[in-house]
Design a protein around this ligand. Structure first.
Ligand SMILES: *[C@@H]1O[C@H](CO)[C@@H](O)[C@H](O)[C@H]1NC(C)=O
Ligand SMILES: *[C@@H]1O[C@H](CO)[C@@H](O)[C@H](O)[C@H]1NC(C)=O
Length: 214
């Protein structure tokens, strides 16, 4: 009976995205003296890295927006070559200046079961010069299987990243053990998909480690 119960839980909360062994890397060096005010506006995703090697979307852009209730991150993209979708998360700003690049983003899903309603993910700025490039990463850990998942954004102010900016953007990835050949170039050849969804949807860049209490 217990085994059946456990099976049902595991089957409904997939931990298969978590493929890298152990916890998230510690002591990762982030952008020094990060200035959020200069990070506002639109960024194009030029390359990405996903440790589970899933490639779910193209034509992604990230936009930081201010609203009366706070600062929001709008991640827009074309999913599976067919759907224009976006996800909006609230940006958590660190109180200490020393940790200025240590951002978190929280997505709220009103219709989800209670424990899954609010999902917070790290959104850490590894490097940026604000005008050309930015390197951001997130990491989630699944205690259940002792594995983690990493997603890296190589962002560009222009639709494509120039060679020099790409080199600079890639530098901090050494500490995560990510090489140039691991990066996937964004496909922007078809950014006008068939379907346009104007409601918020689940982000495809984060993986939520459901905590199972047995
Ligand atoms: C999010 O960004 C996309 C693409 O720029 C845009 O179409 C959409 O309206 C934005 N959503 C909000 C609520 O600003
Ligand atoms: C975009 O990504 C999907 C994978 O989700 C892929 O099948 C497709 O060929 C890509 N390119 C375009 C132009 O949609």
């Amino acid at each position: 009976m217990f085994q059946l119960f456990l099976f049902i839980i595991l089957a409904t909360s997939c931990h298969c995205y978590f493929t890298s062994p152990g916890k998230c890397p510690e002591g990762v060096t982030l952008q020094q003296d990060f200035r959020l005010a200069e990070f506002f506006g639109t960024w194009h995703q030029a390359f990405h890295y996903a440790s589970d090697h899933q490639h779910l979307s193209n034509c992604s852009t990230l936009e930081l927006q201010t609203q009366s209730s706070g600062i929001y991150l709008n991640i827009s993209r074309v999913d599976r070559g067919l759907f224009h979708r976006y996800s909006i998360g609230a940006l958590e700003i660190p109180t200490s200046l020393d940790n200025a690049a240590k951002l978190d983003v929280t997505f709220t899903f009103k219709d989800a079961p209670r424990r899954l309603m609010k999902r917070q993910y790290p959104f850490r700025v590894l490097a940026t010069n604000y005008n050309y490039y930015a390197t951001v990463y997130t990491c989630s850990y699944s205690p259940l299987i002792d594995k983690h998942y990493i997603y890296v954004w190589l962002l560009s102010r222009k639709p494509s990243l120039n060679v020099v900016s790409k080199e600079l953007a890639m530098k901090p990835l050494q500490q995560l053990g990510i090489k140039e050949e691991d990066l996937i170039k964004e496909d922007t050849s078809n950014c006008s998909p068939k379907y346009y969804e104007d409601v918020k949807s689940e982000p495809v860049t984060f993986r939520f480690p459901v905590v199972v209490k047995v």
